[in-house]
Design a protein around this ligand. Structure first.
Ligand SMILES: Cc1cc2nc3c(=O)[nH]c(=O)nc-3n(C[C@H](O)[C@H](O)[C@H](O)COP(=O)(O)OP(=O)(O)OC[C@H]3O[C@@H](n4cnc5c(N)ncnc54)[C@H](O)[C@@H]3O)c2cc1C
Length: 412
């Protein structure tokens, strides 16, 4: 890549911003252009359902880089510009104003959108989703003390908003189709911990329930009608049933797709050698787990771009650098803070170490050979590196010893 080369980044979230940083950090002195569909400078999303809704942070606090940074680093920032098509053969992007922009290398970081299930009444006023700062501002405005909120979906965002809303003295009902919150993400053992947490904080948790309809009055949501015929009255409704990766551009560009995302190798390169993908959309081969993993996690958006940037620039000796970080996720709900590391879509058992009732513990997901696949530290803050080492050792552990806080963790 030379000074006359152009690297285009499509997607103005955390991954897009970190890619621009990484290109300049790697001394690329060609043209960098970043297209962002939103009108805001790229920002981080985790605070939207936590500190922002709790009134503890404003957008400035979690904006990735200032306008001055983009200016000083000569990054052309095209806010409010949703790239409409990629012509991979010609190496051009089509813009909504009918113009095209050429690229030498392209990084796709288009992230995800809120899933919008076809629930009758979902187009009523007072129905919210949470993906952007504009969504968060609209939701925050209705979380007034004494009001009521019905949340559809007990996943991460639904539960985090429930916690923030309870902190604002809002009556909260959470409706979930599965028999426990976070069941798909964490399994029943730890899902139970979160169910208990929310019940203790006064959330009306309706599990094993489908939402038949969002009830309305004059086009404004009044609550929910559930599968068992019961109703939930609410001043506002949040639909939080997961995210859908924005892969329309990649599909249209003819890139290979896998697991609902853009198929990339461990170096984050797609089926087109001049196009890379990072963040929520990247379905990447994981060198340690030996499987393809696509996660919607902040940590990927933070760290994958540096690997993709090195690959695009050809800045390495020998083999292209690979993204080898273990999947990592965090949440904050009430006084529970936790970090989860690893990958355990299937597991044999969960071992708890510490005080589960007091919510100060570490949970480990083990496979049939008693190897640790994943770990989660809840209100315990000095063990993450040890948990990572345990996973990476891939050695069987003694579950009884693992469960005993008096014994050191068996890391090597
Ligand atoms: C409310 C909320 C709370 C979260 N909390 C946590 C948490 O606690 N821990 C955690 O690990 N993860 C959390 N996440 C997930 C995390 O924020 C995402 O994994 C991360 O934002 C992914 O970054 P990204 O840059 O890949 O995509 P995104 O952040 O989705 O950014 C993609 C951007 O690209 C833009 N775009 C899309 N298509 C185009 C186009 N054609 N042209 C131009 N621009 C385009 C989009 O508008 C968007 O602004 C949370 C997410 C949300 C919404």
């Amino acid at each position: 890549m030379t000074t006359s080369s152009t690297i285009a980044i499509v997607g103005g979230g955390l991954a897009g911003a970190k890619a621009a940083e990484a290109l300049r950090d790697n001394d690329f002195d060609g043209h960098v252009v970043l297209f962002a569909a939103e009108d805001h400078l790229p920002y981080e999303r985790p605070p939207l359902s936590k500190e922002y809704l709790a009134g503890k942070q404003k957008l400035d606090d979690f904006t990735t880089d200032s306008a001055a940074w983009y200016r000083d680093h000569n990054v052309e920032l095209r806010l409010g510009t949703e790239v409409s098509a990629v012509n991979a053969a010609e190496h051009t992007l089509a813009l909504p104003d009918g113009t095209t922009v050429g690229y030498d290398k392209l990084l796709l970081a288009t992230g995800s959108s809120s899933r919008r299930p076809p629930i009758p009444g979902a187009d009523a006023a007072g129905v919210h989703y949470l993906r952007t700062i504009d969504d968060a501002a609209a939701l925050s405005a209705v979380l007034t003390p004494g009001s009521s909120l019905a949340v559809v979906g007990a996943g991460w965002i639904g539960l985090e908003v429930a916690a923030a809303a309870r902190g604002r003295d809002v009556t909260v009902t959470v409706v979930e189709a599965a028999h426990l919150p976070l069941l798909a993400a964490l399994g029943a053992e730890v899902g139970e911990v979160f169910a208990q947490l929310h019940r203790e904080h006064g959330v009306d948790l309706r599990l094993d329930q489908s939402v038949q309809e969002i009830t309305t009055d004059n086009g404004t949501a009044t609550g929910l009608r559930l599968g068992d015929g019961s109703t939930v009255a609410a001043d506002a409704v949040l639909i939080a049933v997961g995210a859908a990766p924005n892969i329309g551009l990649a599909e249209q560009a003819g890139l290979a797709i896998a697991d609902g995302g853009v198929l990339v190798d461990a170096s984050l390169r797609s089926s087109d050698p001049d196009i890379y993908a990072v963040g929520d959309i990247a379905a990447a081969q994981h060198p340690f787990f030996g499987v393809r993993i696509r996660t919607e996690h902040w940590a990927n958006a933070l760290k994958q771009p540096a690997v993709a940037a090195a690959g695009m620039l050809g800045k390495y000796a020998g083999a292209a650098p690979e993204y080898t970080e273990l999947p990592y996720f965090f949440t904050d709900q009430y006084d529970l803070g936790m970090e989860y590391v690893g990958h355990a879509p299937e597991y044999q058992r969960v071992v708890f170490r510490g005080d589960v009732a007091g919510r100060e513990f570490v949970a480990f997901w083990l496979d049939t050979d008693n190897r640790v696949l994943a770990g989660m530290n809840v209100n315990v803050w000095d063990v993450l590196d040890d948990v990572k080492a345990l996973i990476r050792s891939a050695e069987p552990v003694d579950p009884d010893r693992l469960a005993d806080p008096a014994q050191p963790l068996p890391t090597r």
